[in-house]
Design a protein around this ligand. Structure first.
Ligand code: C2O
Ligand code: CU
Ligand code: CU
Length: 515
């Protein structure tokens, strides 16, 4: 956008913030092939509310807020351009990449600068995503709208669509976020002390960039690949028709398809996690996707002083926070665990006699068997009134060593969350893992832990982000093997952190060096 357009947009949103309608985002997020992306620009479109977006440059065309598609094995080779007034990075969450392409924040792109990023997609089919990861700015930038989807396909994935007889309208990739909305307008990011403790929770869902989002689909199977891009809110995803909950089937998680489908009527989905589900909408007219009310288990009481990452003061916030002077964050914000409407579905077309049966086998994934001699690494998640949330009692330092593991090593991680803590969605960069066992899950969630080892159905797949409830201990199987063509040369540094983005920005992170 030229300077004049930029100013005009700023004035338009000034009007919007003071009561005029905000411009409507595109009804459908455009699909773009990952291979065709030559530039990926992070830009601010609204300096008043601080809203931002990704724009993909495809040579002759520019596409705002695209959903990227790639077949496994395809490559990305593009210039990432930072048109924000703050440092940024682009992290491809869930992909196995060398450190230099991981976008983890070790190497931020300065405002106005750019960086060439090249990699090959080696992961299984599934829903992955990309988002900023600059130290101390991640929460603000993701909330501003910088979160994009990457759908990876392969043979298993195509075989599934064929078996379900899916029509194109009935396969959707959705990023669910939440925002603080007043009079139909998204408020700027302005966390206070309580938000730094609990995370910044919104009062309305924003799905693929839209408030009150809805889709029209055809009768038959509906396949939804859903990401929680919420900063901090937990979701208990369900579908309702009038007052009845509609059953659905869990087919996959963060890193692709399960071995076999599982019928459920609700699943937890926390920040950074994904689910791949199908709903039989044959014979139905209208459904509402909701997050059911649940006990969010926020047990930490007193808020520590808000943490500011060193260097944060050098850059202004994305939003002009004082416009209209009504964005004060005093008093209780919206509550995690409160019921929330997510999006609506309208079914149009003639119902078929019946939907095809679900395949009994979805993928060749096997139950994780821990290697008997795998060393156990103990990780403790704690809360301290002075310093806030910590991993192993230590706040993050960007140049720390953290954990050191050898390439090819198999480890069991025992993650224990303190009883006086909060739910922490813990994420490992670069390597998917499997959940072996859970212990100490609180009663209401425990009822959903229907699988061996006290696990949830969502624990059965390949994960890269997993929720640790307060008082829970989790055992994970990690495999630091890399495919031979992905040797990446030399030690590689990755991150392990809480994906509650306010906790992440407040240093609930560690480095992992793979030697
Ligand atoms: Cu989705 Cu380290 O992040
Ligand atoms: Cu990640
Ligand atoms: Cu956390």
């Amino acid at each position: 956008m030229n300077r004049r357009g930029f100013l005009a947009a700023g004035l338009a949103s000034l009007g919007a913030a003071c009561g005029l309608p905000q411009p409507k985002p595109e009804a459908e997020s455009p699909r773009v092939s990952l291979r065709d992306v030559k530039r990926l620009v992070a830009q601010r479109v609204d300096p008043i509310a601080g809203r931002c977006r990704y724009v993909a440059g495809l040579g002759t065309r520019q596409v705002a807020q695209p959903i990227l598609y790639a077949r496994r094995g395809e490559s990305f080779d593009a210039l990432i351009e930072n048109a924000l007034p703050q440092p940024t990075t682009v992290h491809f969450h869930g992909l196995t990449l060398p450190q230099a392409q991981d976008g983890a924040g070790f190497d931020p792109i300065a405002p106005g600068a750019s960086k060439r990023v090249r990699f090959q997609v080696r992961n299984r089919s599934g829903l992955y995503w990309f988002h900023p990861h600059p130290q101390g700015f991640t929460a603000e930038q993701v909330y501003a709208g910088l979160a994009g989807l990457l759908v990876v396909t392969d043979e298993e994935d195509q075989a599934l669509d064929a078996a379900l007889a899916l029509v194109p309208s009935n396969r959707l990739a959705l990023a669910i976020a939440d925002a603080r909305v007043e009079n139909g307008l998204i408020r700027p990011y302005a966390p206070g002390a309580a938000d730094c403790l609990n995370g910044w929770i919104g009062n309305q869902a924003v799905v693929n960039g839209r408030l009150d989002a809805g889709w029209t689909v055809a009768p038959g199977w509906l396949r939804l690949q859903i990401l929680s891009a919420c900063n901090a809110r937990g979701l208990l995803l369900a579908f309702r028709q009038e007052s009845e909950l509609v059953p659905f089937h869990l087919l996959g998680t963060d890193g692709g398809l399960l071995a076999a489908p599982r019928e459920v009527d609700r699943v937890f989905l926390h920040g950074g996690e994904r689910v791949d589900i199908v709903v039989d909408v044959n014979g139905r007219r209208a459904l509402q996707a909701i997050s059911l009310e649940f006990d969010a288990r926020h047990h930490a009481q007193s808020a520590p002083a808000p943490h500011r990452h060193p260097g944060r003061e050098r850059y202004a916030p994305l939003a002009a926070e004082t416009v209209c002077e009504n964005n004060s964050n005093e008093g209780a914000g919206p509550a995690d665990g409160a019921e929330l409407a997510l999006f609506s579905l309208t079914v149009e077309g003639t119902a078929a006699a019946r939907t095809p049966p679900l395949p009994a086998r979805l993928s060749a994934l096997e139950e994780p068997v821990p290697t008997p001699d795998a060393p156990t690494r103990r990780v403790r998640l704690d809360f301290d009134e002075r310093t806030g949330f910590l991993i192993d009692q230590a706040p993050y330092a960007i140049d720390e060593t953290g954990f050191s593991v050898s390439r090819g090593a198999r480890e069991v991680w025992e993650i224990k969350n303190s009883p006086i803590s909060m739910p922490h969605p813990m994420h490992v960069h670069g390597f998917g893992f499997r959940v072996l066992r859970r212990q100490g899950t609180f009663g209401a969630a425990r009822r959903l832990a229907t699988e061996p080892g006290g696990r949830f159905p969502t624990d059965l797949g390949v994960k890269d982000t997993v929720l640790a409830w307060p008082n829970e201990t989790l055992w994970l199987a990690l495999d630091f093997a890399l495919p031979p063509e992905a040797a990446f040369g030399g030690p590689q540094r990755y991150m392990f952190h809480c994906h509650n983005l306010e906790h992440e920005d407040a240093m609930m992170m560690r480095n992992i060096t793979v030697t």
